[in-house]
Design a protein around this ligand. Structure first.
Ligand SMILES: *Cc1c(COP(=O)(O)O)cnc(C)c1O
Length: 350
């Protein structure tokens, strides 16, 4: 008999999107950025490497926090860095949610939140978005065990957003802290950093994986008021970010010109791709992220996903119980997107 904790044995574990290690795939399944990161990132990592790796890294990633604080106009002491924002989500969950406590999240959204609750032997309650991708009062209802709420904004898999005023209203009604997961916010029109200043219960997390094209580097952070930061720092691993990732992340956030140029390219491709999918008969949810969520009234979607996979184009087929199935397609380069659209058209007309 295994002696792992019962809640660990009972859980199935988070399944990340496919990452084929062999062969050439067009990868439009995990919302990676299709363009290479700012060249300043590699330069900074090489320079850090030349300094040697025999010392522990700065436990608080101070160089990154100072630069990010200027770019985002927040106090550097309000920033906690992590080994990707998944690490931030782990730290936040462990800080606020214990055994039998309750974590609230929207549905459908990022599956990892459930997994984090399960690891804590906590319960999670999913509140479904309405047909306009808004959240009703069930999301903020008070319950004794409620300790934390997660809100991905823009949401995945829909790419939809709640306006900052809507998020502020939810946060005001919640009796527990709210983490706004802004993994995709650089592709959106608005963000919620201002809410952190106005509400001590609001935290905003960000990642360099998507908009800075650094999924392989593993760097994310959360912005929160000092009362919460103090607690988060006790929970995080001392050296959760390494010397090379701190150097690379600092260079990345320093290059805002790169970010703006990349963002413009992705948004232009997203607009074109959404229109082309609609022409093929898909219903496309207007996206403020680097992916689109689409459904089709006449065509089953799983065979489309499989047809593309046979041709080495990976997209995401997702089937949410009591919600429905859809395809989530990341915004790639124009070339990648055209290959995907061409293959979809062929499959739809064959
Ligand atoms: C990709 C993603 C993250 C995590 O990104 P990291 O690579 O761990 O920084 C967090 N939240 C959502 C909603 C995401 O899609």
């Amino acid at each position: 008999m295994t002696s792992a904790r019962p809640n660990i044995i009972a859980m199935s574990g988070y399944q990340p999107g496919e990452q084929p290690q062999a062969g050439k795939f067009i990868k439009l399944n995990t919302n990676e950025n299709p363009y290479p990161a700012s060249p300043a990132v590699a330069t900074a990592i090489r320079a850090a490497l030349d300094q040697g790796l025999e010392k522990y890294p700065d436990a608080l990633a101070t160089s990154f926090r100072l630069r990010a604080a200027e770019v985002l106009d927040v106090d550097p002491d309000w920033i906690v860095c992590g080994n990707g924002s998944d690490d931030i989500l782990t730290i936040v969950t462990r800080t606020f949610v214990g055994q039998h406590d309750l974590l609230r999240l929207p549905y459908p959204s990022y599956i990892l939140y459930r997994t984090l609750a399960e690891i804590q032997a906590a319960n999670f309650a999913e509140v479904a978005f309405d047909e306009h991708w808004k959240l009703g009062p069930a999301f903020t209802a008070q319950e004794d065990q409620l300790r934390l709420a997660y809100l991905p904004n823009p949401n995945s898999p829909s790419g939809t957003v709640l306006a900052p005023a809507e998020v502020e209203a939810l946060a005001g009604d919640l009796a527990c802290p709210l983490l706004v997961d802004e993994a995709y916010v650089d592709f959106a029109e608005q963000h919620c950093l201002d809410l952190v200043r106005r509400n001590a219960n609001v935290m905003v997390s960000r990642t360099l994986s998507k908009s800075y094209a650094l999924a392989g580097l593993r760097f994310g952070f959360v912005v929160a008021q000092p009362t919460l930061v103090q607690q988060l720092l006790k929970v995080k691993d001392s050296y959760n970010c390494d010397t090379l990732s701190i150097a690379g992340a600092t260079a990345a956030i320093d290059d805002q010109a790169w970010l703006q140029e990349n963002r413009a390219k992705i948004i232009a491709t997203r607009t074109r791709m959404s229109a082309a999918l609609e022409k093929l008969g898909f219903s496309v949810v207007p996206s403020q992220a680097n992916f689109v969520w689409c459904t089709h009234a006449e065509q089953p979607l799983q065979p489309l996903y499989e047809a593309l996979k046979r041709d080495r184009i990976l997209i995401r087929y997702m089937d949410y119980p009591n919600w429905g199935a859809g395809l989530r397609i990341s915004v790639g380069t124009d070339e990648q997107v055209d290959a995907c659209l061409g293959r979809l058209e062929a499959a739809l007309t064959s």
